[in-house]
Design a protein around this ligand. Structure first.
Ligand code: HEM
Length: 158
C-alpha cells in the first residue's frame, strides 16, 4: 500500500471514531440519560449531570483534537491542500468548526456556571445552566448528524 493510502486509511478511521464518540455521546445524553434522570430529585439529578458532563466533555475535547488533526491532515496529505477538496469537505469543515465553537461556549460559559452553582448548592441557578446546556447540545447534535451524513455521502455528490 502506498504511504498516502496508509495515512488516509488510519486518518479516516480515527476521524470517524472521534465523530462516533462525540455525536454518539450527545445522542445518548439527550435521548436516553435525560429522560431517565427526570424522575430524580433536583439535587441528585444536577449532581449526576455535573459528574456525567465532566467526564463526557473531556472525551469531547479529545475527539475535537483528533477530528482537527485527522481532518486537516487528510486535506494536506491526501487531497494536496484546500484547492483539492470538494464541496462536501468544505461544508464538513465549516459546520465542524461551528460545532467546535458551540462546544467551547458550552464548556466555558454554562458548564462552568453549572459546576459553580452545584458547588454552592444553588439548585435554581444550576437548573437554568443545565437547561441552556441541553439546548446547545441539541444544536450540536443536529449539526453533528448532518455533518456525518455530508461527510460519509459527499464523495458520491460533492
Ligand atoms: C474542521 C473539521 C473537519 C475537517 C477538516 C474534516 C475533514 C474531512 C476529510 C478531509 C474527510 C475525508 C473525505 C474523503 O475521504 O472523501 C472527512 C471524512 C469524514 N468526516 Fe470530517 N472533517 C471535519 C469535521 C468533521 C466532523 C465534526 C464530523 C462529524 C461529527 C466529521 C465526520 C466525517 C465523516 C463521517 C467522514 C466520512 C468518512 C468516510 O466515510 O470515508 N468530520 N472529513
Amino acid at each position: 500500500m502506498a504511504s498516502a493510502s496508509v495515512v488516509a486509511a488510519v486518518a479516516v478511521a480515527l476521524h470517524v471514531l472521534a465523530a462516533v464518540v462525540w455525536i454518539g455521546g450527545a445522542f445518548f445524553a439527550l435521548m436516553a440519560l435525560r429522560p431517565a434522570s427526570l424522575p430524580l430529585e433536583p439535587g441528585p439529578r444536577l449532581a449526576l449531570w455535573t459528574r456525567t458532563l465532566n467526564r463526557f466533555f473531556a472525551w469531547v475535547i479529545a475527539s475535537i483534537v483528533v477530528l482537527l488533526i485527522t481532518g486537516f491532515g487528510m486535506i494536506f496529505v491526501v487531497f494536496g491542500g484546500f484547492a483539492g477538496i470538494g464541496l462536501y469537505v468544505n461544508l464538513m469543515m465549516a459546520i465542524g468548526i461551528v460545532m467546535m465553537l458551540a462546544f467551547f461556549h458550552i464548556y466555558f460559559a454554562p458548564f462552568r456556571r453549572l459546576r459553580t452553582a452545584v458547588g454552592r448548592g444553588d439548585l435554581a441557578m444550576a437548573a437554568r445552566q443545565l437547561n441552556q446546556i441541553r439546548w446547545l447540545v441539541t444544536v450540536v447534535l443536529i449539526l453533528g448528524l448532518i455533518t456525518i451524513a455530508i461527510g460519509s455521502s459527499g464523495r458520491y455528490w460533492g
